[in-house]
Design a binder for this molecule. Structure first.
Ligand SMILES: [Zn+2]
Length: 199
């Protein structure tokens, strides 16, 4: 490391901060970047800045978006009457990768965790209830995780929606207890969605 000029050392140190990148990999990446043409390095640097500058939360589903509404909410081919409720944007991406779902999403921003001081008002549950009543939603699929927090969040939302006409379902089979949706393989997620049951 100390044999490199300062600018290269600096790049290695910054790359090594990325998850899963050790110093050896960081060194290899830095040398690779050094060898590539100027415009390639510029594109890389600009794309890193662009995610920080332009990515925001979609005004409808609260997923990650470059515009006011994300490409999923803007897609006319998707069914606007079915809402899949997840904890985090990464869960939505995991379900999208499974290609098992053609409706819309609602991202809560976490799960209920009273011990850690996370109550219903800290999640986008109010926004969800408002969306369900104002947008003519017919089915709400509760796809929160199967941890204690995920289960109690699903139970809480189901209870909040119990008086309404909306069909409330919960993903079931195949999702291991304590499981985090983003680590579950595509097929298991597809089975979990197909095998959802009414609450
Ligand atoms: Zn959206």
């Amino acid at each position: 490391m100390q044999h490199y000029p300062k600018s290269i050392r600096n790049l290695i140190q910054n790359l090594a901060k990325l998850p899963g990148v050790g110093e050896k990999t960081a060194e290899r990446l830095a040398i690779h970047i050094l060898r590539r043409p100027q415009n390639e390095a510029e594109h890389l640097a600009q794309s890193i800045l662009a995610v920080k500058q332009s990515v925001r939360l979609c005004a409808s589903c609260y997923g990650l978006s470059d515009a006011e509404h994300c490409h999923i909410c803007e897609n006319p081919a998707r069914d606007p009457a079915i809402l899949c409720v997840v904890e985090q944007p990464a869960d939505m991406i995991a379900i999208e990768k499974s290609s098992a779902f053609g409706g819309m999403y609602h991202i809560l921003g976490g799960a209920l965790a009273p011990m850690e001081g996370v109550g219903p008002e800290d999640l986008r549950i109010g926004e969800l209830l408002e969306r369900v009543t104002s947008k003519g939603i017919k089915e709400v699929i509760l796809a929160t995780g199967t941890s204690v927090e995920g289960e109690s969040t699903a139970a809480f939302i189901a209870q909040q929606l119990s008086g309404s006409d909306v069909r409330v379902t919960r993903i079931a089979s195949g999702v291991p207890v304590g499981g985090d949706l983003k680590y579950i393989d595509k097929m298991t997620l597809k089975c979990a969605l197909d095998g959802r049951h009414v609450l």
